[in-house]
Design a protein around this ligand. Structure first.
Ligand SMILES: *Cc1c(COP(=O)(O)O)cnc(C)c1O
Length: 343
């Protein structure tokens, strides 16, 4: 039976968290003379440290009990906390795949944790055989899987991912930042079956709230308790909590946007196929499309000269460019410029 207590760093287990005024008194009404706040104004009070109202709304949206939800100041905070809870600096290791999201490596380095990077195969999938020999490594504590993967756009084979989760004694974080753009099923429904699984999502992409910095981890209540212990007490501002709550009340507008973006992704992919400068268009379950060209540096500069900014991913995949799906007009402008390349 999985017990996170055996995995967490000893200092984390022993840690006595900061007890803030809002931990001691949780009512909403009263004369508040407990937190040295200024009594005047409308942003004068500290935020709810556990974002209760927001978690109730997210719980309804995803049909996951609120005690299985942790909210971070962006997914980036969740990634960092996960390293800090489970990986002893200079001793433990994490494992991820390449190419994938750059923050895994950065967070590992910040925390002085060695990261094993396993190359994805030619279809950008995980070969289980490449992972299996590492699963018994006693110092391997954390595996990070991005699906749909950034920057390749594909989803990882579900069976392979579940095989890793079920055979690994450590923690597996599956980053589903782009899941709302995918037609494939989320792993959310599996969190009760796999207590070592953390499914991470974000409000930055499909919900259009990148500036608000709210990421979500769905996992076992035991892991949620460790996140709560480790996080800065007021990690999400009241303004940001309200911005997400407001978005969740206008749910139909949000699903309409996602439908539009997915439709544009299909159009963009289709049209890109017919453009001479584009050698290959990779299939995408996300809100971006990866393309291969002959000289990505040259094409990148050409597009910038035409007022269009894409992401040159040559450093991670040879001559590949990642294009975010924009509005219909923006995508048309891009297609027009690409069609005129070299003319
Ligand atoms: C954009 C993105 C995120 C979102 O990060 P936030 O800190 O929540 O904005 C997470 N993971 C991946 C793979 C991403 O591409």
């Amino acid at each position: 039976m999985f017990n996170p207590d055996y995995l967490v760093r000893p200092n984390v287990k022993a840690l006595v968290p900061y007890l803030c005024a809002r931990d001691e008194f949780q009512g909403k009404e009263g004369v508040f003379l407990d937190a040295n706040e200024n009594p005047y104004g409308y942003l004068n009070r500290y935020p709810d440290p556990y974002q209760r109202d927001l978690k109730i709304a997210i719980s309804k949206l995803r049909k996951i009990p609120a005690e299985r939800i942790f909210l971070g100041n962006g997914s980036d905070e969740i990634i960092d906390l996960t390293f800090r809870i489970f990986c002893n600096p200079g001793i433990d290791k994490a494992l991820t795949f390449s190419p994938s999201y750059g923050m895994y490596q950065v967070s590992a380095s910040v925390n002085d944790v060695q990261i094993i990077k396993i190359p994805l195969n030619k279809d950008f999938q995980i070969d289980f055989e490449d992972v299996s020999s590492h699963l018994s490594d006693k110092n391997l504590k954390l595996i990070l899987i991005c699906s749909p993967n950034n920057p390749t756009g594909n989803s990882m084979n579900r069976q392979t991912v579940e095989r890793i989760i079920s055979q690994f004694q450590g923690v597996v974080l599956v980053d589903e930042a782009y899941m709302d753009f995918s037609d494939k099923p989320s792993l959310l429904e599996k969190i009760a079956d796999y207590p070592n699984l953390i499914v991470m999502q974000t409000f930055s992409k499909a919900f259009g709230l990148a500036s608000v910095r709210v990421g979500v981890a769905y996992t076992s209540p035991e892991i949620v308790a460790y996140y709560n212990k480790m996080k800065p007490p007021y990690n999400i501002s009241t303004i940001n909590q309200k911005a997400v709550l407001q978005k969740l009340t206008k749910f139909s507008a949000y699903t309409g946007q996602i439908r539009k973006i997915k439709k544009e992704r299909e159009r963009l992919s289709r049209e890109l196929e017919n453009i001479p400068v584009i050698q290959k268009v990779y299939p995408s379950d996300a809100n971006f499309v990866l393309v291969k060209v002959e000289d990505s540096g040259k094409l990148y500069n050409y597009l910038v000269d035409n007022g269009i900014v894409v992401r040159n991913r040559h450093s991670v995949i040879d001559n590949c460019i990642r294009i975010t799906v924009g509005t219909r007009a923006e995508n048309s402008k891009l297609l027009y410029a690409l069609n005129n390349f070299g003319k």
